[in-house]
Design a protein around this ligand. Structure first.
Ligand code: B3K
Ligand code: ZN
Length: 877
């Protein structure tokens, strides 16, 4: 398959001014008539260039140019299924009719069926599966869409823009017309049709316009939309208040469907959501689900300006809309509750997904230079690191200049398809700050590493910061990047002894000097995680001090995590160096893998935990975050060659040992924090449940499962129920099987809850590859439903490292089997599942060879999709 390169970008030969669609819906034979008003692009070179239309899985019924049918010999066929038409006049009207089968569409790209309802997904290249079109984001057109369907099967007919008439047709059919006044790229086109019910509300914009809001769901789910609707209204208000951005249509519709390749989609005026990010009731959704809904609803809404009104010139610019919009949704969520705790969670996610990506075979810049399959580049790097880059830019130029830059960006580029350079230029022009060096953040892959050195003499403290970025595929040499380092200095008594500052590290190495200090301070660096870098060079003693004393919550959390990380790494080494007294048995729980060897609870870590517990009730949400030990994956990422068994054994041991050491305090927390009064989902209530359930988990790790049993039996909300079930599932309590069965029996009709049932087992150390494979044969498992696939296969491969990396290689084989089976059903989801196999360089030689062998087995499959092929071949390189 061909590689697409950023440097090869050429403007389209033709623009489309107006699109009129008529779609007659039918499960196996939908007819799409498209009328395109075309105009030769004055900005494109080559005055005689042909009209190129993308097309995929379409059956062409007719093509008419300026009223005259196009004979077969005027239609050139492009690889992939597109058409090429020579000799098109500078202004022309093309009318085509095609037939497509939504029912046959298991790819979930283009027009497909979910639970009997019609739904589309066009980003990135799905519109070409609906009609012939120059399916690229720099072709922005105005659309009218007429839908026609059976009234009984499809009472609801939705598309982009404002409604513009509806009526009856013979044979029990009906129609509805939608007009979208705003020019848009084809990837924002959407249709939803079927038997859905609307939950309605309204929003008055700051200029006094009334917007009709609706969330369309399956009958019976109306009661589960309140949180999504509330999040939507808060997002609309926030964007007005924060950026002066007002909604621009008379209606804003959301439709939720069960079968969806990702979280949601920002189609103009008609967002389509995975039900996971809309539906929430206390009995069925966890606190994390509530937070996810708020974030994703906001994210898609914010795209209306950053993505839709101002869109991307080409897909290399994806972070222009995604990085910026993630930044905006993170800022919004931070404003809704505890900003510090939100920041910790965002950083934790960045490290769990983006740092490994940046260190692995798929590492790519925030603005990639090439791709085979664009859907493989909807990555943590484009999204999360992209958001970090915007965040740093704001730190550098200041919040006011950033706001001015946003105003300028939108004023300049409204209704345009632009580049990341255009965005940076707006920020530069608005702030008067030269951002040319800063742009390296968009061009260079890899996570920069910062190293700290210190000197102190005669009241003069010198902080030396050095940076380097490791090589990544295709980028052996790196230049220094400007790194904003928010910092302060803490004196021996725990007080700030200098004004907090923002240092800018621009060179490979720089000294920063502080005068007039009475004693050597401890540097508190990267406050609020001011840059997405790895920092090293502080001693264990300094980390322990910062964990206890820093005034910055982020650094306190970070220092306790770094302290735990260093401790765990040392224990892993110690464990490996001990003579095995018994055979190194492979046991799912890991504890027995090193039987005969001894581990001890390090007193330093116990002291930090004790101190955290002592202050836990001051800020329960923060305490819950700080009490969690770094994940096994995070520890593995700190090692040149990981040892999944040893890491697992150490982490399990520590959880148990801390649980035993502080059993009385965990039990007391579990008592004290019991919900009193009505169930609430505000930040404070969520924080209390998080801390309470963290205590429950520590007690469970220490072998005390009685509380979990009681909590599981009595829980009235999903957060508490699932937390208790997790403890039981990870234990060898006799209550385990019974609890799993009870949970399944109670929730078997609720797909989103059943996903949790799969995930809990997939991630449990008690589930090995054979057990995961058995779950994939469970009657409720379904390869065609992306949520279900992620809940089992994704969760196992990414969240159960000890079992996935079992020395037998069975975990790898299970994943490869699933990828192969999935690639025949849904190539986008299949390609995503490949990633965990790509990190073979971090494993020992035997495991690495087994991982490669599975990648090669996938690569050898005839008819593999180009997306899966790209992931597999890059992973092998
Ligand atoms: N823009 C969509 C993602 C589309 C993914 C296509 N493979 C959702 C979002 O980022 O808001
Ligand atoms: Zn997005």
């Amino acid at each position: 398959p061909p590689t697409i390169r950023r440097e090869d970008y050429r403007p389209p030969a033709f623009l489309v001014e107006q699109v009129d669609l008529h779609i007659a819906l039918h499960p196996t034979a939908t007819r799409v008539r498209a009328r395109l008003a075309l105009r030769r692009n004055p900005d494109a070179a080559g005055a005689a260039a042909a009209l190129e239309l993308d097309g995929e899985a379409l059956r062409l019924l007719s093509a008419v140019l300026d009223g005259a049918p196009l004979p077969e010999d005027r239609l050139g066929h492009l690889p992939g299924g597109g058409l090429r038409i020579e000799g098109v006049p500078d202004a022309a009207v093309l009318e085509t009719e095609v037939e497509i089968s939504p029912e046959a569409n298991s790819e979930l790209s283009g027009l497909y069926l979910s639970g009997g309802n019609y739904v589309t997904q066009c980003e990135a290249e799905g519109f070409r599966r609906i009609t012939y079109f120059p399916d690229r984001p720099d072709v922005m057109a105005r659309y009218t869409t007429t839908l026609e369907a059976d009234r009984a099967a499809c009472p609801v007919l939705l598309s982009n823009g404002n409604p513009d008439g509806a009526g009856e047709l013979p044979d029990g059919r009906h129609w509805a017309r939608w007009v979208d006044p705003h020019p848009k790229p084809s990837y924002l086109f959407a249709v939803v049709a079927g038997d859905l019910v609307a939950v309605r509300d309204s929003f008055t914009t700051r200029s006094g316009r009334e917007v009709a809001l609706a969330i369309y769901v399956r009958r019976g789910d109306e009661d589960a939309c309140g949180h999504a609707m509330d999040s939507l209204k808060r997002s609309m208000r926030w964007d007005e208040e924060t950026y002066g951005l007002e909604y621009d249509l008379d209606v804003f519709n959301i439709a939720a469907v069960s079968d969806f390749n990702m979280g949601a989609m920002e189609n103009k005026g008609l967002n389509v959501f995975n039900t996971k990010y809309i539906l929430a009731r206390p009995e069925t959704a966890t606190d994390m689900d509530y937070e996810g809904i708020e974030t994703v609803v906001a994210h898609e809404y914010f795209h209306n300006w950053t993505g839709n009104r101002v869109t991307c010139r080409d897909w290399f610019q994806l972070s222009l809309k995604e990085g910026l919009t993630v930044f905006r949704d993170q800022h919004f969520s931070a404003d809704q509750g505890s900003a510090a705790v939100k920041r910790l969670a965002d950083v934790r996610r960045l490290r769990a997904a983006q740092f490994p990506e940046d260190a692995g075979p798929m590492a790519h810049p925030v603005r990639p230079d090439s791709y085979v399959e664009i859907n493989n580049f909807y990555t943590a790097t484009v999204y999360q690191k992209g958001a970090e880059v915007v965040r740093m830019m704001r730190a550098l130029i200041g919040a006011e200049n950033f706001r001015r830059g946003m105003d300028l960006y939108i004023a300049r580029h409204d209704n345009q398809a632009v580049t990341i350079e255009d965005f940076v230029r707006a920020m530069q022009d608005a702030s008067g700050t030269d951002l040319s060096r800063f742009s390296r953040w968009y061009a260079q892959a890899g996570t920069p590493e910062l190293r700290v050195r210190e000197a102190f003499a005669d009241g003069r403290y010198t902080l030396t910061l050095a940076q380097s970025t490791p090589p990544t595929p295709g980028q052996p040499e790196k230049l220094p990047v400007p790194v904003p380092v928010a910092m302060g200095l803490i004196g021996p008594e725990g007080a700030e002894v200098a004004e907090p500052r923002l240092l800018l590290l621009e060179e490979a190495e720089q000294d920063f000097v502080f005068e007039g200090l009475a004693a050597k301070p401890v540097p508190s660096l990267l406050r609020g995680f001011s840059a997405p870098v790895k920092l090293s060079g502080l001693t264990l003693e300094q980390l322990g001090f910062l964990a206890a004393h820093d005034t910055d919550a982020f650094v306190r959390w970070e220092s306790s995590q770094q302290y735990a990380t260093a401790t765990m790494l040392a224990m892993v080494e110690a464990l490996r160096s001990q003579e095995p007294k018994a055979e190194r048995a492979v046991h799912a729980s890991g504890d027995a893998a090193f039987s005969g060897r001894t581990l001890e609870l390090p007193e330093g870590l116990a002291a930090i935990t004790g101190a955290l517990l002592g202050r836990a009730l001051e800020d329960p949400a923060f305490a819950a975050e700080a009490l969690a030990l770094p994940s096994e994956e995070f520890i593995a990422d700190q090692m040149t060659i990981a040892d999944p068994e040893a890491i697992h054994a150490v982490r399990q041991f520590l959880r148990g040992a801390l649980g035993r050491r502080f059993a009385a305090r965990f039990a007391a927390l579990h008592e004290t924090l019991a919900d009193a009064g009505p169930y609430r989902t505000d930040g404070a209530a969520i924080g209390r449940r998080a801390l309470r359930n963290a205590a429950l988990a520590y007690l469970g790790a220490a072998g005390e499962t009685g509380r979990a049993e009681a909590q599981f039996a009595g829980a009235t909300n999903m957060t508490d129920s699932l937390a208790a079930l997790r403890v039981l599932v990870d234990s060898d309590s006799p209550a385990r099987e019974q609890a799993l069965a009870a949970f399944h029996a109670r929730w078997k009709e609720e797909p989103l809850v059943l996903d949790k049932w799969f995930t809990l087992q997939a991630m449990s150390p008690r589930t090995d590859a054979a057990a995961a494979e058995a779950l994939s044969r469970h009657p409720d498992f379904d390869l065609r439903n992306p949520n279900r696939v992620r809940s089992l296969v994704g969760a196992f491969a990414a969240g159960n490292p000890a079992a996935f990396h079992a020395a037998s290689g069975e975990g790898y084989r299970f994943l490869a089997d699933m990828v192969i089976a999935l690639d025949a059903v849904n190539t986008q989801v299949a390609a995503r599942m490949v990633s965990p196999l790509g990190h073979w360089k971090r494993q020992d030689a035997a495991r690495g060879a087994r991982m490669r062998a599975e990648l090669e087995r996938i690569a050898a499959r005839p008819g593999l999709s180009k997306g899966t092929y790209e992931k597999v071949s890059k992973s092998l390189a």
